[in-house]
Write a protein that binds this ligand. Structure first.
Ligand code: PEP
Length: 255
């Protein structure tokens, strides 16, 4: 996968089955009518919607579908969990891994996430791998170190070929769902650091081809200035992805 502009929505644990299908249909229709660039639009829904929205996505051909989590094991006695192969079997293409809510509320460590990345790639699911610092880590000035460790322990065990199927999302934890957005300069500073860290590990060509998304209170008013930054290739959108108009307006920044 080469570098591209992606706007991905993370619905989190919102919307019942009907509401999800209805929102997805609106998004798919608006995308068909209004999105004219080469940007990719991805919707990461709860598991219950996946199979149905994949079918709706086929009719518009403009929106890809992803999950928000998978279990690290292939299959087996893990009551209540969902595997990478199950997600792939309904036609989803992406999976969000390492979201700060999963790190914070479900104790997901870098080591566990490394296993999830392995099993996702093995089953041809493209991880949208999230990294980012907490408020305390930003204020203490340790954020570069935190982000480097998340990369080293979560994804750097992949060879360059497998790594090329990973999308990275920089999501400062202090900006998620808080209405506090990183300024375009703050976001670009970290994105440039990420690309430089990728260059040191994989070389310039791989680093230059990696898609780097920004996430954290992105909305139609701030998306254009964020996405105009040199190393920001798009966004991972939480709250605003639950409103079709806002989500499509964010995607249209790349028209
Ligand atoms: C997210 O949860 O990935 C996110 C970016 O949320 P929000 O846009 O609501 O800050």
């Amino acid at each position: 996968m080469s570098r591209k502009n992606i706007v991905a929505g993370n619905w989190k644990m919102n919307l019942n089955y009907e509401e999800g299908l209805s929102l997805f249909s609106e998004i798919a229709n608006m995308a068909k009518d209004e999105v004219i660039g080469h940007q990719e639009i991805v919707v990461c829904s709860p598991f219950i919607h996946l199979s149905s929205i994949v079918k709706l996505a086929e009719t518009s051909n403009k929106v890809s579908v992803g999950a928000q989590n998978i279990h690290q094991a292939e299959a087996g006695a893990y009551t209540g969990e969902i595997s990478a192969s199950q997600v792939r079997s309904v036609g989803a293409e992406y999976v969000i891994l390492g979201h700060s809510e999963r790190r914070a509320y479900f104790g997901e460590t870098d080591a566990l996430l490394a296993q999830k990345v392995d099993v996702a790639l093995k089953h041809q699911l493209k991880p949208i791998f999230c990294i980012g610092e907490t408020k305390e880590e930003r204020e203490s000035g340790r954020f570069f170190e935190v982000i480097k460790t998340q990369l080293e322990q979560g994804v750097f065990h992949q060879d360059a070929t497998d790594f090329s199927n990973i999308v990275l999302a920089y999501e400062p934890v202090w900006a998620i769902g808080t209405g506090l957005t990183a300024s375009p300069e703050q976001a670009q500073e970290v994105h440039a650091f990420i690309r430089e860290t990728l260059t040191q590990h994989y070389g310039e060509q791989v680093a230059g081809q990696t898609t780097l998304l920004y996430g954290g209170s992105c909305n139609p008013s701030n998306a254009a200035t964020l996405f105009a930054q040199k190393d920001i290739d798009g966004g991972l959108i939480g709250g605003a992805s639950l409103k079709s108009r806002d989500f499509i307006d964010i995607a249209k920044v790349f028209n």
